[in-house]
Design a protein around this ligand. Structure first.
Ligand SMILES: [Cu+2]
Length: 299
């Protein structure tokens, strides 16, 4: 089965080949004309009458060339917009600044694990601003738009690990919005797919989870100021927040930590923008507990 890599590369090479041929042809003709029609060889100016055959040729041939380029691009576009019936749907959700992948059985992952040999359809959206999902190895890219679903498909035809980027500048942490596509043999995928995500790759180590979930793009653990408040010495401190439009001072207890992760805008810390999305569906209860436990220990 053909995949998007071959499709895009063949269109690309076709257009590059035509461009190189045109560049060479035009350059050679130009050099020939400079020499052949130089003033030293033609001291007397001469009237050159029009040549209908020549004019028709230089209109029709370039027309055929650009139509051929259009046709190959259009064929490739149709191929890439037509999702095979047996494709595996995976939701891909972008947010500042990470990707979440949600599978049909509810399994979630922060890297895109796919079985080799089966087409994958990505159903893409965003929790906050515009992002763009880009997998260079498969030559596919599509915007992630809040409130709207876009799609892509690709065929992972050999096992391997491929980069997956955000390619739409989406704020300060844009460059850390990078993860991987892991294409594994079908049997290995079946095991991974059935496994409950109680033991994520990073274990239940709160520090590793903060890193893995992208929290540290906005929050520091050493007291330095980023887009969000620092986690250092947060537990037990007094925090000035806005709750339902009312300013109040709140005690940063365990309940506050948990609520601020799951529903960050419930108590918005003064001096910080309301940009963090809710984390209801992106953290398991165990992961949340591990993170809160870790935050409590940050003196
Ligand atoms: Cu982004």
């Amino acid at each position: 089965m053909q995949n998007s890599t071959q499709t895009v590369d063949s269109v690309f090479l076709f257009i590059v080949a035509i461009s190189v041929a045109l560049l060479a042809g035009i350059t050679i003709t130009m050099i020939y004309f400079v020499l052949r029609y130089s003033r030293s060889r033609n001291p007397e100016a001469e009237n050159v009458p029009d040549n209908h055959l020549l004019e028709i040729v230089w209109v029709v041939i370039p027309l055929l060339i650009v139509l051929a380029m259009f046709y190959s691009g259009w064929k490739g576009f149709r191929f890439m917009r037509t999702v095979p019936a047996n494709a595996m749907p995976v939701k891909a959700i972008g947010q500042m600044w990470r990707w979440d992948f949600v599978y049909e059985n509810g399994r979630t992952s922060d890297e895109l694990v796919v079985p080799v040999g089966r087409p994958v359809q990505l159903l893409i959206t965003s929790r906050d601003v515009l992002h763009s999902l880009f997998i260079p190895a498969f030559r596919i890219k599509e915007d992630a738009v809040p409130g709207r679903q876009t799609y892509l498909w690709f065929l992972p035809d050999s096992p391997g690990v491929y980069d997956l980027f955000c390619s739409e500048y989406c704020g300060q942490g844009h460059s850390s919005m990078i993860t991987r596509v892991r294409a594994v043999p079908a049997a290995e995928f079946a095991v991974w797919y059935r496994r409950e995500d109680k033991q994520p790759a990073a274990g239940l180590d709160g520090a590793a989870l903060l890193q893995k979930k992208g929290c540290l793009a906005c929050h520091s653990v050493d007291g330095s100021k980023k887009i969000g408040p620092t986690f250092k010495a947060l537990f037990g401190s007094k925090v000035l927040v806005t709750t339902a439009g009312q300013e109040r001072e709140i005690n940063a207890d365990e309940e506050y930590l948990r609520r601020s992760v799951v529903d960050p805008q419930a108590d918005l810390v003064k001096g910080f923008p309301p940009v963090m999305p809710q984390q209801k569906d992106s953290l398991s209860a165990e992961e949340l507990a591990a993170i809160v436990e870790y935050l409590k220990g940050l003196k």
